[in-house]
Design a protein around this ligand. Structure first.
Ligand code: HEM
Length: 502
């Protein structure tokens, strides 16, 4: 989120002097909006750079949540030349994302994201326009909607079976050695993402521009490099009037990642086209787009397929890893889940049709989403016409940051929000089928399109793995709660000691 602070400081000096001059001679800002609603409270910052230095911790959602205690649920900050309105409570977030959606339906992307999203050529980052509607319809029809998810069920079952077998095999080899849960889950989840997108989990591929890539390298180019690049900072994001100054190392780094991703996606697509030309069709997103969205260019095709891979491969891993961490730490709650699974499934493997009867499994999933919101901030929205949120005037030209983490930690809304307490979701007011119990999936027209898939995958894995094994944290693991990156991924992969139940 943040630029190198030294480079900001250096660039800021002449502007700081200029600002002091302006401030001396110009009248100070309005206290009421143009339509008599009050303006949003401001978090005090420095001239020119605004609040950038206060955000140096690289976990802006946490800083935003702290500021909400002083400034209230809606306040504004300045990140260089931009004014960002930060929204921190579930009520105001819903108002912004649902009621005021039409005034804030466009995206404002960082320079890194402009390149990595091929200028908004993804469902999740496009503006609310015709491209978005076409791409989203295709994505829901083939991959993420409820009928599509029914057709992809065998992929989920295979994935969970493979995870179970791998864990079992490593226990057979060494029953007391802690297991790196992420290593196993990440690899299988990536396989599922590839099958849904391209019809095949690819072991290796030759890419003309890069050379031969192993499966691990494919994962790196399509997922790891992209997650890293998405939070790469170009200080010119904050000072657009300085965009004439080159930032070569940033540009080369992002363009290289983008080039490798596109070259690899093109090679993967071409490989599958040979299969299609040979008359072999598979139920996957590539085959669907080729037959139903013929106006798409090769680049569009590559981007839309890549989108499902990256979205499948990351946030569900984050959620499942945190859920297993919490259950391994709290064995009383783990036992409760195990007994509820036994009550409904007895000696049978838990199936998706059982989920609605196992309320505690649903509670574990939603409480994990709340406490460890995988996407802690909604990508910035742009206010393209004056509007209002929380009783404040919101001027056009500002940006909106919905702090999902802040909403899910709001003390006025959640009792003891710091506590991981699945029991809170057993309250009758919660509908077991409702995927929007927290703000984790966003809200309104742009709410997460993959929430059903995320729930089916995470609940399927958590349920089956607790049925089969007793989980315990490796010594020293309890304290490892730091997060890293764009999503709230655990900094240290979860290591647990497993014991087969039977
Ligand atoms: C626990 C897992 C997940 C979480 C917490 C999550 C969260 C979110 C959030 C917060 C948004 C933004 C909403 C907004 O901009 O207002 C979003 C959008 C989206 N997500 Fe997810 N997501 C998850 C899993 C997935 C998966 C597995 C997929 C697909 C494979 C997916 C696909 C999408 C898409 C396509 C959008 C854009 C929807 C639109 O703009 O219309 N997500 N997600």
């Amino acid at each position: 989120m943040l630029p190198s602070l030294n480079s900001v400081a250096v660039a800021a000096v002449p502007f700081f002097i200029f600002f002091l001059f302006l401030k001396r001679f110009l009248p100070s800002g309005r206290k009421m909006g143009s339509n008599t609603l009050p303006t949003v409270p401001e978090v005090p910052g420095l001239p020119i750079i605004g609040n950038l230095l206060q955000l140096k911790e690289k976990k802006p959602h946490k800083t935003f949540t702290k500021w909400a205690e002083t400034h209230g649920p809606v306040y504004s900050i300045r990140t260089g030349a931009s004014t960002v309105i930060v929204i921190n409570s579930p009520e105001t977030a819903k108002e912004a994302m649902v009621t005021r959606f039409s005034s804030i339906s466009t995206r404002k992307l960082s320079n890194a994201l402009k390149i990595l999203t091929f200028d908004k050529c993804m469902v999740a980052t496009s503006d609310y326009d015709e491209f978005h509607k076409l791409a989203k319809r295709c994505l829901l029809t083939n991959t993420l909607g409820s009928n599509a998810q029914r057709r992809h069920r065998h992929h989920r079952e295979t994935m969970i079976e493979n995870i179970y077998s791998k864990l079992h095999d490593s226990l057979k080899k060494d029953p007391i050695r802690p297991i790196n849960f992420r290593e196993v889950f990440e690899s299988e989840l990536f396989g599922l993402a590839m099958k849904q997108a391209l019809g095949k989990d690819v072991e290796s591929i030759y890419v003309e521009e890069i050379g031969t890539l192993s499966r691990k390298e494919i994962h790196k180019v399509l997922v790891m490099d992209m997650m890293e690049g998405a939070i790469d900072i170009d200080w010119r994001d904050f000072f657009p009037y300085l965009r004439w100054i080159p930032n070569k190392s940033f540009e080369m780094n992002i363009q290289r990642k983008h080039f490798r991703r596109m070259a690899l996606m093109n090679a993967l697509i071409k490989d599958q086209m040979k299969r299609i030309d040979a008359g072999e069709e598979v139920n996957c997103y590539l085959d669907y787009l080729l037959s139903e969205a013929k106006t798409l260019t090769m680049d569009h095709l590559a981007m839309l397929l890549w989108e499902t891979i990256i979205e499948t491969a990351d946030t569900t891993l984050v959620t499942t890893e945190w859920a297993i961490y919490q259950l391994a730490k709290d064995t009383t709650r783990q036992d409760r889940l195990y007994h509820e699974l036994q009550k409904v499934c007895s000696s049978n493997k838990v199936k998706e049709e059982n989920f609605s009867q196992i309320r505690y499994l649903d509670a574990v999933f939603h409480e994990t989403l709340r406490k460890h919101s995988p996407a802690p901030l909604v990508p910035l929205r742009y206010v393209h016409e004056d509007t209002q949120i929380g009783g404040y005037h919101i001027p056009s030209g500002s940006e909106i940051a919905v702090n999902i983490y802040g909403c899910n930690m709001d003390k006025n809304y959640w009792e003891n929000p710091e506590e991981w307490n699945p029991e809170r979701f057993l309250d009758e007011k919660y509908d077991p089928l409702d995927l929007q119990k927290t703000m984790a999936f966003g809200a309104g027209k742009r709410a997460c399109a993959g929430s059903l898939q995320a729930m089916l995958l995470a609940c399927g894995a958590i349920g089956r793995l607790v049925q089969e094994f007793e989980w315990q944290l490796k010594d020293g693991e309890e304290e490892k709660v730091d997060t890293v990156g764009l999503t709230s991924q655990k900094l240290h992969p979860l290591h647990a000691v497993l014991k087969p139940r039977n």
